[in-house]
Design a protein around this ligand. Structure first.
Ligand code: CNA
Length: 248
């Protein structure tokens, strides 16, 4: 019998012992956080890519806070989706060895996933761009961000009055943990990408490093440039798939 769709996915999950996942913004859209390039994405709605550009942030940090003051509280208060819980279950079963996250929302951590790389950083901290003092994200930072539209005050460093930047990787900054991510991809016997357009480098290159015996599964609502290389491609909502698998 030739297996297809979720039946093939289940078969691949069962037969694999070193699964690595690469997750993107699409795994978190059901938590109310828009992605970049999906149909309701941040860029699709016309917000400029300059918002997350480090050179632009240094020139005009108000542009970042102006454009993200509504989004940041949503990210900070969101809850994990069925997609995240599915990965947690796979990790608990000893099958999922590493999650490589491009997301900055920390929902995989909130879901209880232990082995992950936040390759684009996260909102756990804010860092002064002048003296590099680090601040854990606390209520006063969050309320400044929430009130930005009214008060036009951005978070500043208590030591030097420098601008605070979230500890997320902006375009133009080096990513975190890439070497480990590459090693894990090379060790995997099954690489699953979930909710990522695979358009942002260097993560977009990682699927091309799987070993000859390993298999690639792509779960994404829209097409990716890697679809032709995958053993299985599911163009569907991750939560629909997880519900059919009944693993979450
Ligand atoms: P992207 O380029 O916006 O791609 C997301 C992909 O997910 C799209 O191709 C969608 O079709 C697909 N998608 C959307 N919803 C679902 C769903 N429910 N099920 C399955 N597929 C879905 O985002 P990438 O992650 O590929 O790009 C990397 C960027 C996005 C990183 O720099 C992130 O920091 C950045 N980002 C992160 C978040 C977050 O942390 N939640 C939100 C928005 C952007």
């Amino acid at each position: 019998m030739i297996l297809q769709g979720v039946d093939l996915l289940m078969d691949l999950l069962m037969k694999s012992n070193y699964i690595v996942s690469i997750i993107g913004a699409g795994i978190s859209t059901n938590a109310g956080i828009p992605d970049f390039r999906g149909p309701k994405g941040i860029y699709t709605r016309g917000i400029s890519e300059k918002v997350f550009d480090i050179d632009y942030f240094k020139k005009d940090p108000t542009f970042f806070y102006e454009n993200t003051s509504e989004l940041l509280p949503i990210i900070l208060e969101a809850k994990p989706t069925k997609g995240h819980l599915f990965l947690k279950k796979l990790e608990d079963l000893g099958k999922l060895k590493m999650t490589i996250s491009q997301n900055v929302d920390g929902l995989h951590k909130k879901a209880g996933i232990k082995n992950y790389i936040d390759i684009h950083g996260n909102f756990d901290k804010f860092i002064c761009i002048n003296c590099l003092k680090e601040y854990d994200t606390n209520d006063s930072i969050i309320s400044l961000i929430k009130d930005y539209k009214n008060n036009k005050i951005i978070p500043k460093c208590e030591l030097c009055n420098g601008v605070l930047k979230p500890n997320v990787v902006f375009f133009g900054e080096p990513v975190k943990g890439l070497e480990l991510a590459l090693t894990e991809v090379q060790k995997s016997d099954l690489l699953i990408t979930i909710g990522t357009s695979l358009k942002v480098y260097p993560v977009a290159q990682l699927p091309s490093y799987i070993s000859d015996n390993a298999k690639l599964v792509i779960i994404n609502q829209t097409e990716t440039d890697y679809d032709h290389k995958a053993k299985l491609v599911l163009h569907d909502d991750i939560d629909n798939i997880v519900e059919k698998l009944k693993i979450y």
